[in-house]
Design a protein around this ligand. Sequence first.
Ligand code: NIG
Ligand code: FE
Length: 407
Amino acid sequence: MTSTDPRPADRAGDTGSTLVTGIGSLVTNDPEAGSGGPLGLLADAAVVLEAGRIAWVGPAAAAPTGADRVFDAAGRAVLPGFVDSHSHLVFAGDRTAEFNARMSGTAYTAGGIRTTVAATRAATDQALDANVARYVAEALRQGTTVLECKSGYGLTVEDEARALRIAGRHTDETTYLGAHVVAPEYADDPAGYVDLVTGPMLDACAPHARWVDVFCERGAFDGDQARAVLTAGARRGLTPRVHANQLTEGPGVRLAVELGAASADHCTHLSDADVAALADAAGTTVATLLPGAEFSTRAAYPDARRLLDAGATVALSTDCNPGSSFTTSVPFCIAVAVREMGMTPDEALWSATAGGAAALRRTDVGRVAVGARADLVLLDAPSHVHLAYRPGVPLVAGVWSAGRRVV
Ligand code: NIG
Ligand code: FE
């Protein structure tokens, strides 16, 4: 860090403009702005942040003078903030024992979700809010500046609406997942539960959500039930996204594409027809891969290479939840995607930034371009490639969120 590096105590006062200069390697995700294809890489670059937005990007030697403060990156890499388009942070309780059993050979099933449902229902609003705040802060320290958050551990009208109200205090990207699993009270009446999810629960939740999601999977909701949930949500102005083809090949991906969902998430078990459908829908439906889930359930990873070669748009996210993927770390997901899923370091970085933005249908984040939100990550490394090259190392040395230095 240099003498111009704002110390934590100075951050609250970040008003006016900031010149971030001395950037050894800048990922813009603007192919016109630099080399390296989609990443639009600029060497020896600078960025001006003003009023929460990017005001200027270009060679450091040509940077405008007169900024209120100057930060010298001293040759290090700067990237857009990570966009984590899939998480489940409104929960209470702990599933260490389940993870431990899994690592000793027990298979993962959707059933564990009910353990968290019981703990979440029993928790106070304050406890749930504190939990979300804790994990959002943890994610921010690792470079995540936009984070989607789902309900899905309440499964009653009041508990789902409460989860979304709490999530909404921390992010605008809130997702109604009343159809996570059938609530225990409806174990013998799944159709009745779908009626609840598409009726009174939707009425209570729609005002607090932007998206509607469903876990389309054996042991959760079948294709017809998932369609009912997503179309009911869409009628209330919520855009669909789908937990699709995570544990088995099923109808989820094709349903997501058919309904014009923003994303089909997991995509672990895909037929050739699923891959072709995602490729055809590349401008509409993003294939969001969540390697934390396969890591933590000791399952085979999704084949990112197959999706990319077919032409699908791929996002990478954490799926942070207490059961199948208890990580907030996008850098971890990037490293796994590169090592295990056939992605290049460039592709993984794009998917964790611009890909996540596409999955949330956002053009204001996931890139470093004039007018975009001033969300930046500084790495203690000369290149974004180090995120995979140096797995597990805390490389995030600084984060700006809407122009303010927050880490
Ligand atoms: O995305 N797949 C469904 N939901 C979560 C798992 C949640 C849990 O096990 O608690 C997921 O992996
Ligand atoms: Fe999930």
